[in-house]
Design a protein around this ligand. Sequence first.
Ligand code: ASP
Length: 438
Amino acid sequence: MRLMTKFGGSSLADAAQFKKVKAIVEADESRSFVVVSAPGKRDSNDEKITDLLLQCYDRRESNLSFAPLFMRIRQRFCDIERELGLDVGIESELLSIERAIQNGASSDFVASRGEYLTGLLLAAYLGFGFMDPCELIAFHDDGTYDDETTQRWCQKLDGKKRLVIPGFYGRKRDGSIKTFSRGGSDITGAIIARAVGADVYENWTDVDGFMMADPRIVDSPRIMSVVTYSELRELSYMGAGVLHEDSIFPVRRARIPIHVRNTNKPDAKGTKIVPDGSVDAHGRGSVLTGVAGRSGFTIITVTKDNMHKEVGFGYRLLRVLSHNNISFENCPSGIDTMSIIIDDSFLKGKLDAVISEIRRDCEPNTIEVTSQIALIAAVGKGMVRSVGVSSKLFSALSEAGINVRVINQSSSEMNIIVGVEQRDFKDAVNAVYRAFNP
Ligand code: ASP
């Protein structure tokens, strides 16, 4: 068993958190590759090291003094070094970073230093080696991630173990430091997991796992124990705040499961994200994996007698959208009607033009526009196959007095999407969740 273990910023916020991290790493010998974020907030009023570093950069850019801000960064790293009884020369590292900022260092360089210093400290504390991601993670000259070169550079990891690698950054061909977008240590973790052929990519954070619904809408939703990569994609597309797509593509392609776990509750089961079709996904009890939704949609419904016999009708209708540079979400249709659900952001300022073009190109009997629609996706592999699932879902919605405006059951057999009026959004999410979690 080989694990690639990534710790997020809250897991490394201070010396006490470093101690928890050490206990976790030492509890299992297979945790031999560790990727770290920079120290995050210690409490809700605190600031993340990366934010402080970027503020220093901004102040320098505005020709303002950043010394008091840098002092706070210095204090936090020096406290960790002292409280853990380490001596990695963090003071002199900080001094050279401060000088570099004074001398015009780039924002990417400045932002990356939190992960760099954290990596030095944790490597010493665990008695692991330290490897700078500039040796592993490559970016093109235009700043985009260079996967091909990265895979070549990562061959350096062959035969290595017991290493700490800072997340979030790498370098361009000219040697300059480049970071991923914010939160990018997750991406580094996924790249390293793939490079070392990890059996599991562990992502340690400060939550018990992914919740089955948004806790701002549903009171204390349950944690998903297992979710497939496609289900997760569906849920995050529909608004669930889970891992970013970029951060999972290397492991998703390599079919490596991700295990999201809580550093503050290492005994909790967490959430496993598993490849589609894997045993774990089939062994789940519940047909509903999660429910998510977004508001701000418009439905355009077009009817025309004998539409079902008219060759090219759908083509002409969708051509109007593509011609106006509009992407659509779903397209439920009946014998003589077709509805198109569109995210309002695409329609802004274009609705009148779209309607008159549809009139001209499709010559329909009627066109109806319904705005202020919310879409809710009930996601669960096997959902569509299980008898009684949709009746449960629709009874729950009708019992809650919710008028369902559209229904779309994707052929992926993974989700049922319902469109409701925006004002019913929260009630509808609650009704769907409760139907499967009584
Ligand atoms: N420290 C960086 C940030 O705050 C990257 C990360 O934590 O993943 O965005």
